[in-house]
Design a protein around this ligand. Structure first.
Ligand SMILES: *Cc1c(COP(=O)(O)O)cnc(C)c1O
Length: 388
């Protein structure tokens, strides 16, 4: 999403910080992914941006949803998404949440441990389970490998154990790491999935569902593979590694790539100072207020309104709270005359911003506004955010 004159106009007269979303871009992202992998079923990962307007838009487009908790399930059911469209993809579920989901009709559950399978068997008997393999070492900005998934041999044990527990083992999932730059990560993962499917066949267990996870990148500062290029690698790998069976059923769970480039975070400078020979700029948004991903040095492209052509130099950029973790970037290039009241845009910030918001220090973080074909809508959204 670009910083158009209309966006600038709107920002000048609007309380910051906020994230401005363009749902037309969400639609385009959804359709591009759908068209890149024939037959794929898209489960939007709700945590990336859980605003009801985003969820409703994706529901209208035909999306299914990947959920992690009772709260996310309730939110979707409340806007009319049927339980049959939900997959409980979190491998660390509360027992009562499994029961809640199963009672409402959710039938897909992820697991990567024996105990998780036992919890599912107790609370969602006969349900469909898929097993998450760990992916290590891929080139991504936000790796999810250490905490989630397990190795191929362990997954093979879990498949057999699930059968013993009278669950229905349907397939395997993985996540190559969020904001993944290497399209061949999916190929590497699919090779492991094929190994597991083959093993299962030898045990008389026919699994056919591959959950390709998320991880498709957004254009922040580094070059990225396109969704079409990633799709090509996936399609070729499926043909290459799964020719011993009918074409598998494919799921994909995009979060960032559905909403990231559909949003701009708009903030204002509230202080500039110089100390110990360093120049500091403080914004009304920060690590606890929308910019959490910068703690792992995820780099956004920044634009300072009206100062696009002034020479830049290095600053430390920080948020408004009384916590020293609240430093966005130790070093970032900004216009040398940046000052109080300047508007700073963080481009492509529609994912993992508003949902990472805290009330820390009693400071209000970014709310969401929506651009539509005719006009900008704010009031409605403000009241919605407040009443949530
Ligand atoms: C967060 C998450 C996703 C989405 O990942 P992105 O990198 O944002 O696409 C998908 N699946 C699961 C299980 C997740 O936890």
């Amino acid at each position: 999403m670009e910083v158009t004159p209309m966006v600038r106009e709107f920002a000048k007269s609007t309380r910051t910080p906020f994230v401005l979303m363009d749902l037309k871009i969400v639609k385009r992202n959804y359709e591009r992914l759908r068209d890149s992998i024939p037959g794929v079923r898209i489960f939007y990962a709700v945590k990336a941006n859980s605003h009801t307007r985003v969820l409703k838009k994706l529901h209208d487009l035909g999306s299914s949803f990947d959920v992690a908790s009772r709260g996310e399930i309730e939110k979707l059911l409340n806007i009319g998404v049927p339980a049959s469209k939900l997959s409980f993809g979190n491998t660390i579920k509360k027992e009562e949440d499994i029961k809640f989901a199963s009672d409402r009709g959710v039938s897909f559950f992820a697991a990567d441990a024996e105990m998780e399978l036992e919890k599912i068997a107790r609370n969602a008997p006969n349900s469909k389970v898929y097993f998450r393999i760990a992916m290590g070492g891929s080139d991504s900005d936000w790796p999810l490998s250490r905490k989630f998934g397990t190795n191929v041999d362990h997954v093979k044990d879990l498949v057999v154990y699930a059968k013993e527990l009278c669950l229905n083992p349907i397939g395997v999932s993985f996540h190559v790491g969020s904001q993944c730059y290497d399209k061949y990560s999916w190929k590497e993962a699919l090779m492991k999935v094929a190994d597991i499917f083959w093993f299962a066949r030898l045990q008389g267990i026919r699994m056919n569902t591959i959950n390709l996870g998320g991880g498709m990148p957004v254009n922040y500062v580094r070059d990225i593979p396109t969704v079409e290029e990633i799709g090509e690698v996936i399609n070729e790998s499926i043909e290459e590694y799964f020719n011993f069976m009918d074409r598998p059923t494919l799921f994909v769970e995009p979060g960032r790539s559905m909403v990231g480039d559909a949003g701009i975070l708009v903030s204002r400078v509230i202080l500039r100072s110089t100390k110990d020979m360093k120049d500091w700029v403080y914004l009304d948004a920060g690590v606890f207020h929308g910019l959490m991903e910068t703690i792992e040095d995820l780099r956004y492209t920044l634009v300072v309104d009206g100062k696009e052509n002034t020479p830049c130099r290095s600053f430390t950029l920080a948020g408004p709270t009384c916590d020293s973790v609240d430093i966005i970037y130790d070093e970032v290039s900004l216009p040398e005359d940046i000052t109080l009241g300047d508007i700073v845009y963080f481009l492509n910030a529609g994912a993992y911003t508003v949902d990472y918001n805290t009330q820390f220090n009693g400071i209000e973080g970014p709310y969401e506004c929506f651009l539509d074909d005719t006009d900008l809508k704010e009031e409605e959204e403000v009241s919605q955010v407040v009443s949530n």
